[in-house]
Design a protein around this ligand. Structure first.
Ligand code: DC
Length: 232
């Protein structure tokens, strides 16, 4: 192992349960938890404040200026944009949409890659996103790819949004989710896909507790038993 502690990479589409599972797993392992989607969302807030739109002809150059002028960092699970706590603001549906569109742009991905590699370099972290096991840390010691039936994913997301008082229907959530999935998978740079050496887990019929426990068992078996990941 090149690092003092391992890196656990968790990738997958919207609503596959990544955040809940990653948080539980990090707690169980005593690792830090890093939600990379939150970083794209924080950028979306900064870009919106700067008046940048996905349709701008010079969107990439404008986003570069924004990236050069902001600081995104975590304080535990809170995310700070410069010194403002944007943990709640990043969950707005508008930020989901903007983050999804801006995340296809090269300058954005390059900056996020550098920030994320720096944040995870020492290991001892559960990092969640779309391209952690494929691009950010292709040498992560543990890689998981979570998926679930699209209708179940939409319902999970719908319930999350409804709990926050959002005025949206299940059908609208399903349509938005399908569109974001398509964009994440079809983009040219770092598209959402399962790494060849990732363990795939379908979370459709399992609770987040069950999934996190199963992942922890695999990790413990390898760390303690020195077994090969794919055979564990
Ligand atoms: O995980 P999330 O839904 O909060 O992520 C918001 C958007 O950011 C998502 O539509 C795609 C993008 N994203 C990405 O491209 N790469 C990551 N590692 C994480 C998120």
């Amino acid at each position: 192992m090149k690092r003092a502690k391992p890196i656990v990479a968790i990738d997958g589409p919207v609503g596959a349960g990544k955040s809940t599972v990653a948080r539980k797993l990090a707690w169980a392992l005593g690792f830090a938890y890093l939600n990379t989607g939150a970083m794209y969302r924080a950028l979306a807030i900064a870009a919106r404040e700067a008046g940048v739109s996905p349709g701008d002809a010079d969107v990439e150059a404008r986003l570069k200026l924004v990236l050069d002028s902001i600081r995104i960092r975590f304080d535990g699970e809170r995310i700070l944009l410069d010194d403002h706590d944007v943990t709640a603001a990043i969950t707005e549906p508008e930020m989901s949409e903007l983050a999804s569109q801006f995340s296809a742009i090269g300058a954005v991905r390059a900056r996020m890659r550098d920030l994320q590699r720096e944040a995870g370099a020492a290991g001892g972290v559960v990092m969640e996103g779309r391209d952690i096991g494929t691009v950010i840390f292709p040498d992560a010691e543990f890689k998981f790819f979570l998926s679930a039936d699209v209708k179940v994913r939409a319902r999970r997301r719908f319930e999350e949004l409804r709990a926050k008082g959002a005025a949206i229907t299940l059908h609208e959530v399903l349509e938005q989710l399908i569109e974001r999935d398509r964009r994440d998978r079809d983009r040219e740079l770092a598209p959402l896909k399962q790494a060849d050496d990732a363990i795939a887990i379908d979370t459709t019929n399992f609770s987040a507790d069950d999934v996190a426990a199963a992942m922890k068992k695999k990790i413990d078996a390898i760390i303690n038993g020195g077994k090969d990941l794919k055979r564990a």
